[in-house]
Design a binder for this molecule. Structure first.
Ligand code: ATP
Ligand code: MG
Length: 568
């Protein structure tokens, strides 16, 4: 496993892909055009790795005044569904990108692809093979051993045309025949050993229905899709480097418009898994609540968790574009998130684990309206009124009966500041006679400390958040940690699976939280900082009279620490 990337060695102002594009513009290779594409297969929801590719492709199109297509690579009907198509469209749009007038589909080119295959057959460059899948694998050879030619390789062009047409018209069962390119069974590159172009699959396609029963293989289809759309730079991940000769071979043999394939290193992230197959397993086996579970590295999960598109785009930018595989630190992603939320999140008070405080010298029926700023980072965010009264909630964790000397929160005889309100001193701890559990705290307040300040030089170090009991609104709060306990959940020398590395404490639900009344009108997409507790957003599970908030992230910034260490 390659090392963790650090922020110092990345973020070039440009990258090798842009250098290639700049050179192509200089030589006028594509008449000044820059046209990229993002080509997801609709067989799952998009994840943060895809976000990286989306930001790269759409970002280049934006910067060069070019275009970027959103094209579904829907060539395998068995795994593809409309649900995935719709989620992908929503995610790309949410990230802030525009693909022009319409979404494109590889399946719209099936007829054209078929025509191209016929051309290759006529050129003597493709043949129908009757070997079984196992035999084809066996005949292919290995890196050390050359492959063997199929006995069907030298069929006449007429036979091939006839058989291929019959494949299309449904005369043969699944797996009985394939169309293969006739290249070189001794090639050092296994991809060039007569790769399969079409297979028979009697399966209903999410768009073409039962029109087709032969479907093109990825390598055959992909270059054609790029060529048909007039793509200039076809950017893909590193594992396709060895496929580039085949990409080029198909386009050269057909003698059609030829885009350039460029490979870059895929994004890896610690404490998570990213392959769609594994994410699907998490969903199917119900280890998570769905593709949009806020612990998932999917874009929909991150959106539900409270991530902003701006934070994700900033992260994609900061990890940069590399040619060698490495792993980005999830702390950097969270750092980008905090930076963004710090600017936009409205500050409010919410008590997650409430304990009641009675201010014994405060009049029983009195209610005060106090002024509270909404965001110290943003003066335009203004202020709001908050209610203060004789009974309030504070965090259980903000009180200790036997407090150590450096404990600046509330303890018997100690004075603290209530944010935006008054100083209070703890006079008495009321406990349950039987269990000894603390039921409530009796405190006194100093009327001269209104606003949380006095001019007598008194030092009050601790500042607590609170809510007024009679005004508070109950809410459920969901706290999240990394979904996996291990940094690399797939690296298990002990033979365990990634499923066994799931963090049992990745979701903690607090049902009796007390929040400011203003949060009753919170809307999906609103961002809050619950003072001292982190950044939060409303969850779509919220219904009238039952608020549910997700903790997007805590306030602790571990990346800032990592950065400091790197600097010193
Ligand atoms: P997975 O391997 O997670 O199943 P995939 O590569 O099969 O994903 P596609 O739908 O084919 O998923 O991906 C669409 C585009 O996103 C491709 O161009 C692919 O290269 C890119 N992509 C996928 N995963 C990553 C990643 N981790 N980092 C960068 N780009 C990625
Ligand atoms: Mg793929």
């Amino acid at each position: 496993m390659a090392g963790i990337m650090n922020d110092n060695e990345i973020k070039p102002s440009t990258n090798f892909i842009r250098t290639i594009i700049d050179d192509d513009l200089k030589t006028n290779k594509y008449q000044g055009r820059v046209h990229t594409r993002f080509p997801p297969e609709p067989n799952g929801y998009l994840h943060i790795g895809h976000a990286k590719s989306i930001c790269l492709n759409f970002g280049i199109a934006l910067d060069y005044n070019g275009k970027c297509n959103l094209r579904f690579d829907d060539t395998n009907p068995v795994k593809e569904e409309d649900e995935y198509v719709n989620s992908i469209i929503e995610d790309v749009r949410w990230l802030g990108f525009d693909w022009g007038p319409m979404v494109l589909y590889a399946s719209d080119y099936f007829e054209q692809m078929y025509e191209y295959a016929v051309q290759l057959i006529k050129k003597g460059k493709a043949y129908v093979d009757d070997l079984t899948a196992d035999e084809i694998r066996e005949y292919r050879g290995t890196l050390k051993m050359p492959g063997k030619e199929s006995p069907y390789r030298d069929r006449s062009m007429e036979d091939n045309l006839d058989l291929f047409e019959k494949m299309r018209s449904g005369e043969f069962p699944d797996g009985s025949r394939v169309l293969r390119a006739k290249i070189d069974m001794k090639s050092g590159n296994l991809n060039m050993r007569d790769p399969v172009m079409y297979r028979i699959l009697h399966s209903t396609h999410h768009r073409t229905g039962d029109k087709w029963c032969i479907y093109p293989m990825y390598d055959w289809a992909h270059g054609l899709e790029d060529s048909i759309e007039g793509i200039t730079h076809s950017i893909c991940t590193l594992e396709f480097e060895d496929h580039r000769p085949l990409y080029d071979w198909y386009l050269d043999e057909l003698d059609i418009y030829h885009p350039q394939q460029i490979e870059f290193a895929r994004l890896n992230l610690n404490y998570t898994v990213m392959s769609k197959r594994k994410l699907l397993q998490l969903v199917k086996e119900k280890h998570v609540s769905g593709w949009d579970d806020p612990r998932m590295p999917t874009i929909s999960g991150m959106r539900r968790r409270g991530y902003t598109p701006e934070a994700i785009r900033e992260f994609a930018d900061r990890v940069g574009v590399a040619k060698a595989n490495s792993t980005a630190d999830i702390a950097l992603l969270e750092h980008c998130l905090r930076e963004d939320l710090n600017k936009r999140a409205k500050r409010v008070m919410a008590v997650l684990k409430p304990i009641k405080v009675i201010i014994t010298n405060y009049p029983e029926d009195k209610v005060e309206e106090l002024e509270a700023e909404n965001n110290p980072e943003d003066a335009s965010a203004g202020t709001r009124k908050i209610y203060f009264s004789r009974e309030i909630y504070i965090e259980e964790d903000d009180f200790r009966e036997d407090a150590p000397s450096k404990y600046f929160r509330l303890a018997p005889g100690k004075e603290v500041r209530l944010k935006h309100a008054y100083y209070i001193t703890c006079e008495k701890v009321i406990k349950d006679d039987k269990t000894g559990e603390i039921i409530e705290l009796h405190c006194s307040y100093d009327p001269k400390s209104k606003g949380g300040w006095t001019d007598d030089g008194r030092k009050v170090k601790g500042t607590l958040h609170w809510v007024s009991v009679q005004h508070a609104v109950k809410a459920e709060v969901r706290l999240y940690e990394h979904l996996f306990v291990k940094e690399f959940p797939e690296d298990n020398p002990d033979g365990t699976t990634f499923i066994e590395q799931i963090n049992p404490e990745s979701l903690i639900i607090l049902k009796d939280c007390m929040v400011e009344p203003g949060l009753k009108t919170a809307k999906l997409g609103d961002r809050y900082q619950f003072l001292r507790n982190g950044y939060f957003c409303l969850d779509p599970d919220s219904i009238e009279d039952k608020l549910v908030f997700n903790r997007t992230t805590s306030l602790r910034d571990s990346w800032a620490k990592i950065e400091k260490k790197l600097e010193s």
